[in-house]
Design a protein around this ligand. Structure first.
Ligand code: CNA
Length: 236
């Protein structure tokens, strides 16, 4: 167990967790840039091309093939990191989870205040009439899912080239600015503007739990290079 981390958790009252795809790899969902990440696999187009607004509009069929195969992982369950964060919120020592993930596993673990910067695969909407559809609907259709009005259904996830939701940004930034401890985990801190939000933290308990180096390692007060689920399973 990391004693310093355990001590800081005991002393903190407004912890904020900022995470990314690495939080869910131990739940069986591949990340983008890790050792087994999607960016190291071969597709007809690079993932950042497929997951862009332009590609979705031009080749929705191709987009959905990749999306159903790689992003709609079935049966994934929260791991000790998701579960411990939910427990801390209930105990009143964690104010928010800010996530770049779109898998909904923090809510599945019981977290209430979750700022999903990049949306969620659980929500989908018709681009013509706005009607909402759940994830099972997308899973149970083939090709490009269509609304009853005939419009194309789009996942409520932020694709490259799209902007983030204003109220979600505000909530996330406010929580980070007020935090007495910021734990960043499972993120390469490569995707902007999300990665820039951590600069709003002004305290001296910035913990970075990531398997590989990040461009912001210099800013951290404590760096831990172990699997994040394992780290959280050892904390109270
Ligand atoms: P990323 O760029 O793939 O980085 C993940 C980081 O986590 C890497 O630096 C890894 O070394 C590290 N890592 C992997 N597994 C672990 C582990 N068990 N413990 C500690 N560290 C680990 O992912 P980011 O989140 O930084 O990039 C942002 C993108 C990825 C967002 O737009 C997400 O929507 C998108 N994404 C989300 C999911 C998901 O929802 N689960 C999956 C894949 C990609």
């Amino acid at each position: 167990m990391n004693e310093k981390l355990a001590q800081w958790v005991k002393e903190s009252k407004r912890i904020v967790f900022f995470g990314g795809a690495g939080v869910s790899t131990e739940s069986g969902i591949p990340d983008f840039r890790g050792v087994d990440g999607l960016y190291r696999q071969k597709y007809a187009y690079p993932p950042e091309t497929i997951l862009s607004h332009e590609f979705f509009m031009q080749k929705p069929e191709e987009f959905y093939r990749f999306y159903r195969d790689k992003m709609l992982v079935t049966g994934a369950k929260p791991n000790p990191c998701h579960l411990k964060l939910a427990e801390w919120e209930q105990r009143g020592i964690l104010t928010a989870v800010v996530t770049q993930n779109i898998d909904g596993l923090h809510q599945a673990a019981g977290s209430k205040t979750v700022y999903e910067l990049h949306g969620a695969v659980q929500r989908n909407y018709c681009m013509r009439c706005g009607k909402f559809y759940d994830m099972d609907f997308i899973k149970n259709t083939e090709g490009v899912p269509r609304c009853e009005c005939g419009g194309t259904i789009k996942p409520d996830v932020v694709l490259y080239g799209e902007s983030l939701d204003g109220p979600t940004i505000n909530g996330a930034c406010e929580a980070i600015a007020r935090a007495d401890m910021l734990i960043i985990g499972g993120t390469s801190l490569n995707v902007y503007p999300a990665a820039g939000f951590i600069d709003l933290y002004r305290g001296n308990r910035l913990v970075l739990i990531n398997m590989s180096r990040t461009p912001r390692d210099d800013r951290a007060d404590l760096i831990i290079r172990d699997p994040i689920g394992k780290v959280f399973s050892e904390l109270e």
